[in-house]
Design a protein around this ligand. Structure first.
Ligand SMILES: Nc1nc2c(c(=O)[nH]1)N[C@H]1C(S)=C(S)[C@@H](COP(=O)(O)OP(=O)(O)OC[C@H]3O[C@@H](n4cnc5c(N)ncnc54)[C@H](O)[C@@H]3O)O[C@H]1N2
Ligand code: MOO
Length: 388
């Protein structure tokens, strides 16, 4: 058995970054920017007014000015402003030549085509200089997840087509005679396949393109048939049949199909029977069948692999540190990821940690990490945890 960090290193070695594709800006949210992009213009492209008011060469209470024209957003005042002249101006409009300040309309009194600056005159010139937001050539650095704020920025930079990493295509295969799909009528000894749906959702959140393949029954020929359906997947994920039982056939079948195995079994709990390797052009990950084991492996291994395929840094799942709310006994030889609640008084792992209990995973908002052979811990000891 290898350690969790050794398993991650081997997984990262198998995961190659995917090619770049161009997508319309409207489709770029949630994708990973694959190449650094540069602003195609200054923003604002001219000195512009931050307020509705009057553009002037200089302002002081008691001064009077003659209004000689108007500058609106999208239609500038073309002339030049003299010392006793004012231009009516609106927010976002170009500041006319000769103006150094904009006085807001609340601070003037208007009489016909004249204005008088009142004692209310505030400070500040209310002018946004050209390029105050960004300059032509300013960069948005790759790689990064593109979020709605980035979309607004890229739009403003006039980047209508965005280079992003292709979404990883991921084939998901449940294995086992006992499984039926959600919505089907299970036989007396059957249960509903939950793991592939959970992983499918996780992959969607990660910006991958998951595909749910038919359940493979517990026979070598059924497994081979379903492996025949993986098509152009970049990553094939099986769930179940990874352990040592008579019906655990995945390792044997993928070996027959020519997989070079990178490892099988990790010193962790839950998730011990994890395996991985290269199957032709695709990467393969065999996840354990116990539902919590599969989902924990999804968070700890599948998600970092997907991020690395997307060109993001090869890093483990984010860890934070926090105090325990309760005492914990010493840990055994496997790194233990304990489902826990984050409470005001600290992290409280659930009493029941069996790897079949999805209801407890649903209640959890963290996985408290216990290193192998971690000694007993007392309440208020600070420990690592993975937020869920
Ligand atoms: N003698 C030993 N037995 C087991 C060991 C061991 O080291 N020696 N390891 C245990 C551990 S740890 C795990 S985890 C499980 C993993 O076994 P498999 O990956 O072979 O999974 P299965 O046996 O196929 O299934 C386990 C469990 O999970 C249910 N299952 C399977 N697939 C799904 C699915 N898609 N959705 C929902 N539930 C699923 C299945 O019905 C079983 O109940 O092995 C231990 N045994
Ligand atoms: O490792 Mo298993 O995943 O403990 O239940």
């Amino acid at each position: 058995m290898i350690s969790v960090s050794e398993a991650l290193d081997r997984l990262f070695a198998l995961a190659s970054p995917l090619p770049v594709e161009l997508v319309p800006l409207i489709e770029a949210n949630g994708r990973v920017l694959a190449r650094t992009v540069s602003a195609r213009r200054d923003q604002p492209p001219f000195a512009s007014s931050a307020m509705d008011g009057y553009a002037l060469a200089s302002a002081a209470p008691g001064l009077r000015f003659r209004v000689i024209g108007e500058s609106a957003a999208g239609a500038r005042f073309d002339g030049r402003l003299g010392p006793n002249e004012a231009v009516r101006i609106f927010t976002g409009a170009p500041v006319p030549e000769g103006a150094t300040t904009v006085v807001i309309q609340e601070d003037v009194e208007r009489f016909g085509d004249e204005i008088l600056i009142t004692d209310r005159l505030g400070s500040g010139d209310n002018i946004r200089p050209c390029g105050t937001d960004f300059r032509i050539g300013d960069q948005v650095l790759a790689p990064r997840w593109i979020n709605p704020q980035d979309i607004a920025l890229l739009a403003s930079m006039n980047i209508a087509t965005v280079p992003v990493t292709r979404r990883p295509r991921v084939a998901l295969i449940s294995t086992g005679d006992e499984l039926v799909m959600p919505g089907e009528a299970p036989g007396p000894d059957q249960i509903i396949a939950s793991n592939t749906h959970g992983l499918h959702a996780m992959l969607g959140d990660l910006g991958a393109e998951p595909r749910l393949l038919p359940i493979a029954r517990d026979s070598e020929s059924a497994l081979r048939t379903v492996f025949g359906l993986i098509g152009d997947a970049d990553l094939v994920i099986t769930v179940g049949g990874a352990s040592v039982g008579d019906h655990d056939l995945v390792a044997r079948v993928v070996a027959d199909l020519g997989m070079e195995r990178a490892f099988h079994k990790v010193a962790m709990r839950p998730g011990k029977p994890l395996m991985s390797g290269k199957l032709g052009a695709a990467m393969m990950m065999g996840l354990p069948g116990n539902p919590v084991s599969a989902m924990v492996c999804g968070h700890l291994f599948m998600a970092p692999v997907i991020r690395s395929m997307l060109g993001l840094p090869a890093e483990p799942a984010l860890r934070k540190r926090g105090p325990l709310a309760v005492d914990l006994p010493a840990n055994g030889p496997r790194e233990h990821y304990m489902r826990a609640r984050i409470l005001p008084e600290g992290l409280r792992p659930f009493e029941r940690q069996d790897s079949s209990l999805l209801s407890i995973l649903g209640e959890a908002d963290a996985l408290v990490v216990r290193p192998p052979f971690d000694p007993a811990r007392a309440a208020r000891d600070v420990v690592d945890f993975v937020p869920l």
